[in-house]
Write a protein of this length. Structure first.
Length: 128
């Protein structure tokens, strides 16, 4: 049951990231300022990545992910961190569109990579 909720959290995080980031790129139909929308988008992308990383880490600790998968996720996360830092600097400097594109280009490949991993089948376990 615990794994179900972790998998659900990952799915929700990916769903939020995939829906929110493109919305910010095209504009939202609210009364919020462009700066507020951009900030919210950056925050949502960071939260989606954080949730996905926590779920992946829990699955790794439980033996459901391999060391090779962990290494590839950590490499992708390092790229994301660098891009997220640069995006926040660009955003503060007023280059909001570039910041949103940067966070999008960094977060989605990492989230897709984590989502692509399926835990290995245990001997005698039925497929889910």
């Amino acid at each position: 049951m615990k794994n179900f909720f972790r998998t659900l959290a990952l799915a929700l995080a990916l769903g939020v990231a995939i829906q929110v980031i493109p919305l910010a790129m095209t504009g939202c139909a609210t009364n919020a300022t462009a700066a507020r929308k951009g900030f919210t988008t950056l925050s949502n992308a960071a939260e989606a990545v954080k949730t996905a990383m926590l779920v992946f880490n829990d699955r790794y600790k439980a033996g459901q992910q391999t060391e090779e998968q962990r290494t590839s996720v950590l490499k992708a996360y390092a790229i994301y961190q660098h891009a997220a830092l640069q995006a926040s600097v660009d955003f503060e400097a007023g280059n909001k569109l570039n910041a949103l594109q940067m966070i999008n280009d960094a977060a989605l490949p990492l989230l897709d990579l984590i989502a692509s991993f399926k835990p290995p089948m245990r001997t005698g376990a039925e497929p889910s």
